[in-house]
Design a protein around this ligand. Structure first.
Ligand code: BTN
Length: 251
C-alpha cells in the first residue's frame, strides 16, 4: 500500500452485516488508527443512500469503509468529504482504465458513473463534536468483477474493460487517491481546488434536462452544489433552486 496512513491498517472480514456499521461500532469500543480500512468479502446488509440496500456479489467487488478523523473540518463543511471521496474514485478509475476510453462522471452527490452506468456508490457517516467533524466513516462500494446487474443501470471494471481485476490492487489505488485528496483538503487552499475538480467532473453540469420534484416534472440545468451539499439548479425562468438528495429525481 503506497500511502502514509489510508489502508495501512486493514481489517479483513469474510462476512459482516455492513462494514460501515462495523466501523461505527469499532469506534465506540477501541482506539482506532486514522486511515484504518474495514473490508468484507460479503455484506449481508450492505447499506446504501436513502435507506436503500447495497447489493454486491460476494468476493467479486470492493465493499469497504475507511475511518478518518477530519477534526479540521467544520460540521457545516462535511459535504467536502463526499466531494473528496468522489474525486478519489474518479481518479482511481481514470488510472485503472487509462488504456481504454471511458466517460467517467461524478453524479451528485457522490455516485460514480462510467458510460452513464453506476460503478460505485458512497455512504459517509459522520460523528460531530461541537462544530467539528470528529470521526468519519467513508463507505465505498465499487463494482469490480461482477458481470450481471439484472435490471440495474450499473456496471463494473470488468464489464467496461473485459478483464478481471485484482481486488487488492484496486483497493490500493483507491486508498492512494483517497489519501491524496484528503491531504489536499487539509491544505490551506484545499477547498477551492476540491470545488473546481468536483464541478469539472459533475454529471449533467450546465445541461438542460428534465428533472422531477414534488411530483412535478420540470426543465432545469445543474449550475453547482452549495456549501451544505445541496444541488443548485437553474430553472427555465433563470431562477435558482436548491435540492436535497431526497428532493429531486434525475432523468
Ligand atoms: C449508494 O447508495 O450509492 C451508497 C452505497 C454504499 C455502499 C458501501 S459498501 C461498503 C459500505 N458499507 C455499507 O454498508 N455501505 C457502504
Amino acid at each position: 500500500m503506497d500511502t502514509l496512513f489510508v489502508g495501512q491498517k486493514i481489517i479483513q472480514l469474510n462476512e459482516v452485516a455492513s462494514t460501515n456499521t462495523y466501523a461505527i461500532n469499532l469506534l465506540k469500543d477501541v482506539k482506532v488508527l486514522e486511515g484504518s480500512v474495514i473490508i468484507a468479502d460479503k455484506q449481508s446488509n450492505g447499506r446504501g443512500q436513502r435507506g436503500n440496500l447495497w447489493l454486491a456479489e460476494p468476493s467479486m467487488n470492493l465493499t469497504f469503509s475507511c475511518i478518518l478523523f477530519p477534526s479540521f473540518l467544520n460540521a457545516s463543511n462535511h459535504f467536502y468529504l463526499s466531494k473528496i471521496t468522489a474525486l478519489a474514485l474518479y481518479d482511481a478509475l481514470t488510472e485503472i482504465m487509462k488504456d481504454s476510453q471511458h466517460d467517467i462522471k461524478i453524479k451528485w452527490p457522490n455516485d460514480i458513473l462510467v458510460n452513464n452506468k453506476k460503478i460505485a456508490g458512497v455512504l459517509i457517516e459522520n460523528n460531530f463534536r461541537a462544530a467539528q467533524v470528529q470521526q468519519a466513516v467513508i463507505g465505498i462500494g465499487l463494482n469490480v468483477n461482477q458481470e450481471n446487474f439484472g435490471e440495474l443501470k450499473a456496471t463494473s471494471l470488468k464489464a467496461c474493460c473485459t478483464k478481471t481485476f485484482s481486488l487488492k490492487e484496486v483497493l490500493a489505488i483507491v486508498c492512494k487517491h483517497l489519501e491524496t485528496w484528503y491531504l489536499k483538503l487539509r491544505n490551506a487552499n484545499g477547498y477551492s481546488v476540491v470545488d473546481g475538480a468536483y464541478l469539472n467532473s459533475l454529471y449533467l453540469l450546465n445541461e438542460w434536462e428534465h428533472y422531477a420534484a414534488d411530483g412535478q416534472v420540470f426543465k432545469a440545468r445543474i449550475s453547482g452544489v452549495d456549501d451544505s451539499g445541496k444541488l443548485v439548479v437553474e430553472m427555465e425562468n433563470n431562477s435558482l433552486k436548491k435540492f436535497d438528495v431526497k428532493e429531486i429525481v434525475f432523468p
